[in-house]
Design a protein around this ligand. Structure first.
Ligand code: ATP
Length: 304
């Protein structure tokens, strides 16, 4: 039996370019791995079967659409294993459809867990390529730490970070569909008269001030540089998130933003004590279903 721990991510910068002809957007995506994460346990089984536990377990599909199952099958196919056998149990702590790449995390964890269970010793570079086939956010869940993602987010460059940063995540009731949030982003750009195609919208790039704040371990500077181009779209689809962001800021967070495509909101705090206080105040405000204080960066999917 092999258990793999895998982090959720928050995008400290999510720059969204125009809509490309292939339907994707060019991104400048600074991924940050946090200790809030899932655990995926692989044990011997017949076929590929799944189970899931945790507060959001009912919202997780247990069929072949689950990224953990797809990852197991993809790894088996890559090695020419015609009849893979594994049971995968997902202990789910990452909010489902929350903008923290929980499904992608489970896909990365399943690659690592099955690789160890089946004693395949797949090179890390190959696991990264298989991860990119599964989805844009899966390679980062393997890598962890902090990284700049370009293209659809799958071309990764690890970034230097000093020290630890303290975060709070406010979990909303219900999820938001990532494609729907991108569509809303395009619609808002059309309405604003700026256009939404990659010809009209400049290609985004990483913010030098944000990269410097990460390298220096400066939480105040990082808070000032937090940026998410999807935030207006997430707020448009879920206006109640404005009250969540306000509640965390009023409770002393240094900075606040919607995590990825939302609806989870992320708050940067001065230290662990301040994070605990922000989490408590967020819960008391009634503007979220749960609030978790955590920290990062942490490593990617690893056997424990
Ligand atoms: P992202 O930020 O990468 O867009 P997300 O965090 O918003 O993702 P996920 O939790 O990854 O969203 O789930 C999105 C959808 O993916 C779910 O509604 C569910 O139908 C499907 N899904 C597939 N595999 C998983 C999984 N292992 N865990 C959770 N959802 C999964």
């Amino acid at each position: 039996m092999i258990t793999v721990r895998v982090p959720a991510k928050v995008n400290v910068q999510l720059g969204v370019g125009g809509l490309r002809a292939d339907g994707f957007h060019d991104l400048a995506n600074v991924f940050f791995a946090v200790a809030l994460g899932d655990e995926v346990t692989a044990s011997a089984g017949e076929g590929v079967t799944l189970s899931c536990s945790g507060p959001d377990a009912d919202a997780v599909p247990l069929d072949d659409s689950n990224l953990a199952a797809r990852a197991a099958r993809l790894l088996a196919a890559h090695h020419g294993i015609a009849d893979p056998g594994v049971h995968l149990h997902i202990a789910k702590a990452i909010p489902v459809a929350g903008g923290m790449a929980g499904g992608s995390a489970d896909g990365a964890a399943a690659l690592v867990a099955c690789d160890a269970l089946w004693k395949l010793d797949t090179p890390f570079e190959t696991l990264l390529e298989l991860a990119a086939e599964l989805g844009s956010d899966v390679p980062f869940a393997l890598l962890g730490g902090v990284a700049l993602g370009r293209g659809r987010g799958e071309i990764l460059e690890p970034l230097t970070v000093s020290g630890a940063f303290h975060w709070v995540f406010a979990v909303a009731d219900g999820g938001l569909s990532t494609p729907a949030v991108f569509r809303e982003c395009d619609r808002l750009r059309e309405d604003a008269g700026t256009g939404s195609s990659d010809v009209q919208v400049p290609t985004p790039d990483a913010d030098p001030a944000l990269l410097a704040a990460l390298a220096e371990g400066d939480a105040v500077a990082l808070a000032a540089a937090l940026a998410n181009d999807l935030q207006p779209a997430a707020l448009s689809l879920r206006p109640s998130l404005a009250a969540t962001l306000r509640a965390g800021t009023e409770a002393g967070a240094l900075g606040a933003l919607v995590s990825g495509s939302g609806p989870t909101c992320a708050f940067l705090a001065k230290d662990a004590e301040a994070a605990a206080a922000v989490a408590e105040a967020l819960l008391a405000s009634g503007t979220c279903r749960a609030a978790h204080a955590t920290y990062g960066p942490v490593p990617g999917a690893s056997v424990i």
